[in-house]
Ligand binder design. Structure first.
Ligand SMILES: CC(C)(COP(=O)(O)OP(=O)(O)OC[C@H]1O[C@@H](n2cnc3c(N)ncnc32)[C@H](O)[C@@H]1OP(=O)(O)O)[C@@H](O)C(=O)NCCC(=O)NCCS
Length: 218
């Protein structure tokens, strides 16, 4: 357990599922990516509830899930040391079961993100969300600062995709630098690829030019 000013960060457990899945659903419920993934707002909360249950369990099983002692925020990290194995067939079925007719969009998003994923070793921030009632009070920054402190201690980079310009600005303030954005197909929104390399002389490392998008067929 680590304390960052007034925020205490700890690892999530299966007992936190109910509260943290709700945080994910409510935090991601609106915005350009949500409009693109599940255009019908009436379907969205139910689809997201099933989808984020899958994501939360996947995070506990294969990654690291950070939360705050009051369960108002969640960050799901994965260690990426080498190219991942091709998507497990079970995952496709589970996404289809969770998202129904919207599954093609969810799977397309996964595939696009994977295609553009840097190859160099890093920790990947797949999701970060703060309960909307607690947003804008420094909780998200503190949660990420704790993870960054650990990464800085072992000289390790971080990577994420920012889903809107306001989030991109937050990550820029936290030491990330942006790479070429991704434009989601079928009139989808822009996504910014963000890299937080280890700084030199206090200057954030630029987005590495040798991290070309993976040119694997979708
Ligand atoms: C993005 C998020 C994790 C930031 O956590 P937070 O505790 O609200 O943020 P902090 O108080 O530490 O920092 C505030 C900054 O976060 C960013 N931010 C993005 N969305 C925000 C929101 N809905 N409310 C407040 N800040 C937001 C802004 O850069 C903001 O600075 P600004 O007010 O000067 O524009 C949180 O707002 C959230 O869960 N948003 C919805 C889900 C999401 O977009 N997740 C990230 C996907 S890339």
């Amino acid at each position: 357990m680590q304390t960052n000013s007034t925020i205490t960060v700890r690892q999530a457990t299966p007992d936190d599922a109910g509260a943290l899945i709700t945080v994910l659903v409510e935090a991601f419920l609106d915005g350009p990516v949500a409009d693109w993934l599940v255009p019908d707002r009436n379907d969205r909360r139910a689809v997201y509830s099933r989808y984020f249950e899958l994501i939360f369990k996947h995070g506990l099983r294969h990654g690291r899930v950070d939360t705050t002692s009051d369960l108002s925020a969640i960050a799901i990290w994965y260690s990426r040391d080498e190219a991942p194995l091709a998507g497990a067939p079970d995952h496709y079925y589970e996404v289809e079961k969770a998202t129904g007719k919207y599954a093609p969009k969810f799977l397309l998003l996964d595939a696009i993100f994977e295609t553009h994923h840097p190859l160099a070793p890093h920790d990947y921030l797949a999701y970060v969300a703060v309960d909307p009632r607690h947003q804008g009070r420094g909780v998200g920054s503190a949660l990420l600062a704790t993870a960054h402190q650990t990464l800085d201690g072992v000289n390790r980079a971080a990577y994420l995709e920012a889903s809107n310009a306001r989030n991109r600005d937050l990550y820029l303030r936290l030491g990330y630098r942006q790479g070429a954005p991704i434009h989601l197909p079928t009139q989808g929104p822009l996504i910014w690829r963000m890299w937080r390399g280890q700084p030199t002389d206090g200057t954030p490392a630029p987005f590495p030019t040798d991290l070309l998008p993976r040119r694997r067929p979708l």
